[in-house]
Design a protein around this ligand. Structure first.
Ligand SMILES: *Cc1c(COP(=O)(O)O)cnc(C)c1O
Length: 379
């Protein structure tokens, strides 16, 4: 299983089997009653984010004797879980997030799924969860889309958000890695992530709480990191801020990331920097793609240790003109201001963020050239 961001990049670059070669890995079960077309249409008219789910879901189970088995596409619905199911007690869980896009000609695609497949195992390794084969990860998306294709929106800005996850389902209260796990994949039609479109967000710089510490789980996609971010996010939200920027847990001096998005800093001279992956920062697919696109276009983009005090001084002097956050759900979000207990600075520019947003979404929607071969055809 991959244990470094470099190994994630290498696995993401490997050739993938085609959808037709993978189709049928997960066996479709009968559905007692899919949603009527009129209801699907109503949902797709204004889905929001994470509110609605498709007719089906993918499910597989792991046990020591059988490995991953019972691979099915089954009706979406509640799971049956013993109250002693270990995820409920010790949080042994990992997840991923990617999207299915409908192109102008009706075809359905996803974006660089090999990165997500590799990163699921990067997370699995840290949480002591068994490896989930990359082919099965891809096949689960192919088979869900085959069953739920009418749920992939065609309206501008809308996608089908895909949420793969694995959790420990063994009934056991002892503290050790479980001996039984479930893999699930959900589809959720999604509108624009931020309601107000490409508007600058106001960010609270969190100087008390941290989302993750050295040697912890900050680099992997697990619910626990989100649990630790909820209180600071709730407090920032009560003060009127949209998002929280976390600092390094050792010294509260350097920029880490925004709890669910990576961050970039744009200098007046055109250079762009993003925090170096310290082990407490999640290696984002969007972050990786943005670095590759900017490098392709001749921009001086690099990882760096970004000191908050220096950054604030550079914003005040005009040396730093723009900042943005990025992740699969929102793609690129430009930052309007940074506020902390004893400072507030505003960022004057947003055009680089917008250009990167347009380029990435253009590639995803098939309206701009996919020079890196990131698109994968699902149907
Ligand atoms: C998922 C996630 C990101 C963004 O990663 P993408 O692969 O670009 O979606 C950033 N930070 C955290 C903590 C995340 O969980």
């Amino acid at each position: 299983m991959p244990t470094t961001p470099a190994e994630l990049e290498a696995l993401a670059a490997e050739p993938l089997k085609s959808a037709s070669d993978l189709a049928g890995t997960f066996v479709k079960q009968d559905h007692p009653g899919v949603k009527p077309e009129s209801e699907v249409e109503k949902i797709l008219a204004n889905p929001g984010f994470g509110n609605f789910f498709t007719d089906y879901m993918v499910h597989a189970t792991w046990t020591a004797e059988k490995g991953w088995h019972n691979k099915v596409v089954e009706p979406y619905g509640p799971l049956s879980l013993d109250p002693a199911g270990s995820v409920l007690h010790y949080g042994q869980e990992v997840f991923e997030g990617l999207k299915a896009y409908r192109h102008e000609d009706g075809s359905i695609w996803t974006f660089r799924p090999s990165y997500n497949a590799a990163r699921l195992n990067f997370s699995n390794h840290r949480l002591a969860i068994p490896e989930f084969p990359m082919d099965d990860f891809l096949a689960s998306i192919v088979d869900l889309i085959a069953a739920d294709s009418r749920w992939v929106p065609s309206k501008e800005g809308e996608t089908l958000y895909l949420r793969p996850f694995i959790f420990a389902s063994e009934s056991f209260l002892g503290v050790r890695a479980a001996t039984r796990y479930e893999y699930l994949l959900l589809g959720s039609p999604s509108g624009a992530y931020f309601k107000n479109g490409f508007q600058p967000i106001n960010v609270w710089v969190e100087q008390e709480f941290h989302r993750a510490g050295n040697g912890g789980m900050g680099a992997v996609k697990t619910g626990g990191n989100y649990a630790s971010s909820l209180l600071p996010k709730m407090e920032a939200s009560a003060k009127g801020f949209d998002e929280v920027l976390f600092l390094d847990a050792t010294t509260s001096t350097y920029l880490d990331e925004l709890g669910g998005m990576n961050v970039f800093v744009v200098y007046e001279d055109g250079k762009i920097r993003t925090p170096k992956l310290t082990g407490n920062i999640l290696p984002g697919n969007t972050r990786s793609c943005i670095m590759q696109l900017l490098t392709r276009d001749g921009v001086d983009v690099a990882e760096a240790t970004i000191d908050l005090k220096q950054l604030l001084a550079d914003i005040e002097s005009g040396e730093v003109v723009e900042m943005f956050a990025c992740g699969t759900a929102a793609v690129v979000t430009t930052i309007g201001s940074l506020t902390g207990t004893d400072f507030k600075v505003t960022l004057p520019k947003h055009d680089t963020s917008k250009a990167i947003y347009d380029e990435l979404t253009g590639i995803q929607l098939g309206t701009r050239p996919d020079t890196f071969g990131w698109l994968y055809r699902l149907a």
